[in-house]
Design a protein around this ligand. Structure first.
Ligand code: SF4
Length: 342
């Protein structure tokens, strides 16, 4: 088990404290110092007596720290943070600004093993899973750099549900009242469609909002764009989503990246409507963001409007996400792509 105290839920800290022969309430104090006060050194856990702090340090316990290695701001308000991990791995998080809402898009893996053909992160392949401390730590580091965050989406580098345990633990940590206390409705986990993991999440005692990266209205096209669809085709995926919605009682978001001439016709919009109309949902349309080595092009404003009209016309709440952060390679599907040398 990890010796990183930041990587433990309150419950896990309680087990550790009790095993040391001390009172259980000390766990709450350790958790608060790390996740609310931002303490990153065992010696600074001043609510513990010196002997306990010395014992923890001697036992190899530590508090990990995530340092920002680069910060790039786009004129549209988007800010991308790059972090270099202890083992040299690189991850990125992006602040997206929409009025008062300031959403941090965080990473869950170094690289990604899902191989979606339109995605720059997928080309990096999976290097490793992040720990819960590294996932939640992105929120703390970005806030420490002066950004105010109201919402967190697990939509950066990596497939969150392929790193299920750490992602769920980080949701618990970020949501904990004694910690950062992000409301559960302000935490969204996005997935490319690992159906069994969606069902598993439905069975948990905590339900973040769910977003599905859909991107195609037929199995044939989706399997071409997202290999995961060959394993869990649309029917299997959408049945799992229905189960999640039944348990979580929350609206689901369907993300749809529009690629010129591939998935952006009015007819395909009609097919998308048929797939999602049974859900209490919103559809998020995102223009594809080009990156080196990828043959696709974005759909353009007119085509996106035509597509959105069809979906909206069917009574489904539809948002069009403007291209944000593309000049700093912070746009959707661009994380990990070679950015500007600045
Ligand atoms: S779109 Fe998401 S799941 Fe697919 S390769 Fe990119 S990061 Fe991975």
């Amino acid at each position: 088990m990890s010796k990183d105290l930041k990587d433990k839920t309150e419950g896990e800290l309680e087990e550790m404290v009790i095993a040391s022969g001390r009172k259980k309430y000390l766990a709450g104090s350790i958790f608060r110092f790390i996740h609310s006060k931002g303490v990153e050194d065992v010696s600074l856990l001043t609510s513990l007596d010196k002997s306990f702090r010395a014992e923890l340090a001697a036992g190899g316990y530590f508090i990990s720290r995530l340092g920002v290695s680069r910060r790039l701001a786009d004129p549209d308000g988007t800010v991308k943070f790059t972090f270099t991990l202890d083992d040299g791995g690189v991850i990125e998080s992006v602040v997206l600004v929409d009025g008062k809402r300031r959403t941090l898009c965080i990473s869950t893996q170094v690289g990604c093993g899902m191989n979606c053909v339109f995605c720059a992160t997928g080309r990096l392949k999976l290097q490793r899973n992040l720990t819960a401390a590294e996932i939640a730590g992105q929120v703390y580091a970005v806030e420490n750099a002066g950004e105010r965050i109201t919402n967190v989406v697990y939509m950066g580098m990596g497939e969150p549900l392929a790193n299920y345990d750490a992602v769920l633990k980080s949701v618990r940590i970020l949501n904990a009242a004694a910690g950062r206390n992000v409301g559960i409705r302000h935490l969204t986990v996005s997935t490319c469609g690992i159906a069994p993991a969606i069902k598993k999440l439905a069975g948990e005692d905590i339900h973040p909002r769910l977003a599905i990266s859909l991107n195609a209205p037929s199995d044939e096209l989706r399997s071409e764009l997202m290999p995961i669809n060959r394993k869990y085709p649309l029917k299997v995926l959408l049945d799992a989503v229905e189960h999640y919605q039944y348990r979580a009682k929350e609206r689901v978001t369907f993300e749809y990246v529009l690629i010129n001439g591939l998935n952006d016709s009015a007819e395909q919009a009609g097919k998308l409507v048929k797939l999602v109309r049974r859900f209490r949902c919103n559809v998020n349309l995102i223009e594809f963001n080009p990156h080196d080595g990828c043959r696709f092009k974005g759909s353009g404003a007119e085509q996106i409007d035509r597509f959105a009209e069809v979906v909206r016309g069917a009574g489904i709440e539809t948002t069009v996400r403007l291209k944000m952060g593309s000049s700093i390679f912070a746009a959707c599907g661009q994380l990990g792509a070679k950015g500007p040398k600045r």
